[in-house]
Design a protein around this ligand. Structure first.
Ligand code: URA
Length: 263
C-alpha cells in the first residue's frame, strides 16, 4: 500500500508539504545543504522552499517543468528518510549528486563518476533488503547521465561505487584522530581496486536499495575530490569547484533528457 500525503501536510523531517512541489516528479539530491541553491540556480529559475535539519530544499524549473533540489546530509539514514518523505509527496525519480574519492589510477581529480551500482558497505540498506539483494540504479537514469556526460565531453567513468557508512575506517583511511582501522577493513582498498570498483562515497547503496524497495527510480553521479591512489586527503581548492561545475552540467542535461521521456 502506497501512502500519499495530503497536499498541505508538512512532513516531519524535510519540513514542507506536497503543495510546495508545484507538481515536481523529479528530485536532485545533493548531500551538502550548501550546494542546493547553487545547483537549483544552475538548472533554471529557482525558488526557495524550506530548510529543516539537513534538508534544504529549492525548486528549479527545467524546460517548463519543476524539479525539486533537496539536500540529504551525509550517510544512508538521512538519505532513506528523505526518500521516504519525497515518495509520499509524489516524487518518482531521484538523482544523487555528490562528491567522491576515486580508487583507480585512471580516475583524475575533477572527473565525474556515474554509479550504476554499489557495494553495500552501509547499515541502512539492510533495513530494507537482505545483504544478498543488489544495490542497482535505474537503467534509464544511468543511461541519461552517460548520454549527458558524452554530449558535454566531460571526463567520466561508469561503474561500481563502494558506499561506506564511515569516511575513515570503512574507506580504509588512516589519517583519522587515532589512526585505527579495524582488521576487517585493512587491505580493503586494494581489494575493491582489484575487483574493479571505481570510488568511495557514503550514500549510493542506501539510496539504490531503498528506492528499489519503495518503488521509485534512482541514479547517482559524483565529482571526484580525492584521488585515493595517491593520497587520503581531499583535493586542494579549485578541484571542488571544477567537480561541482561538471556535475551541475551533467544532471541538468540528464534531466532535460529524462523530462522528455517521463519518469
Ligand atoms: N566522499 C567520500 O565519502 N569519500 C571521499 O574520499 C571523498 C568524498
Amino acid at each position: 500500500m502506497k501512502k500519499l500525503t495530503a497536499p498541505d501536510e508538512v512532513l516531519y523531517h524535510v519540513g514542507f508539504s506536497a503543495a510546495s512541489l508545484n507538481g515536481a516528479k523529479w528530485a536532485l539530491l545533493p548531500g551538502d545543504p550548501g550546494r542546493v541553491e547553487r545547483l537549483a540556480n544552475a538548472c533554471g529559475p529557482a525558488e526557495y522552499i524550506a530548510c529543516h535539519r539537513e534538508y534544504t530544499s529549492w525548486l528549479t524549473n527545467i524546460d517548463g517543468e519543476w524539479v525539486l533540489v533537496c539536500s540529504t546530509g551525509m550517510g544512508g539514514p538521512s538519505v532513506a528518510i528523505c526518500l521516504e518523505e519525497l515518495a509520499c509527496m509524489g516524487i518518482k525519480g531521484v538523482i544523487r549528486v555528490g562528491t567522491t574519492g576515486g580508487i583507480q589510477e585512471k580516475i583524475n581529480l575533477g572527473d565525474i563518476i556515474i554509479n550504476k551500482s554499489a557495494v553495500r558497505l552501509d547499515g541502512t540498506s539492510l533495513h530494507y533488503a537482505p545483504k544478498s539483494f543488489p544495490a542497482v540504479g535505474s537503467f534509464t537514469i544511468t543511461k541519461a547521465l552517460v548520454q549527458a556526460a558524452v554530449e558535454l565531453r566531460i571526463p567520466h567513468h561508469v561503474g561500481i561505487s563502494v558506499s561506506s557508512d564511515t569516511f575513515w575506517p570503512g574507506q580504509e583511511r588512516y589519517d583519522s584522530f587515532n589512526g585505527y582501522v579495524r582488521k576487517e577493513f585493512q587491505g580493503t582498498l586494494k581489494e575493491w581496486q582489484a575487483l574493479g570498483a571505481l570510488n568511495y562515497e557514503m550514500e549510493t547503496s542506501a539510496l539504490f536499495v531503498a528506492a528499489q524497495c519503495i518503488g521509485i527510480k534512482a541514479g547517482s553521479v559524483c565529482g571526484v575530490i580525492a584521488r585515493r591512489t595517491e593520497s587520503e586527503q581531499v583535493a586542494p581548492i579549485g578541484i571542488y569547484e571544477l567537480a561541482e561545475e561538471r556535475f551541475q552540467k551533467v544532471v541538468y542535461r540528464a534531466l532535460q533528457i529524462l523530462l522528455k521521456t517521463g519518469v
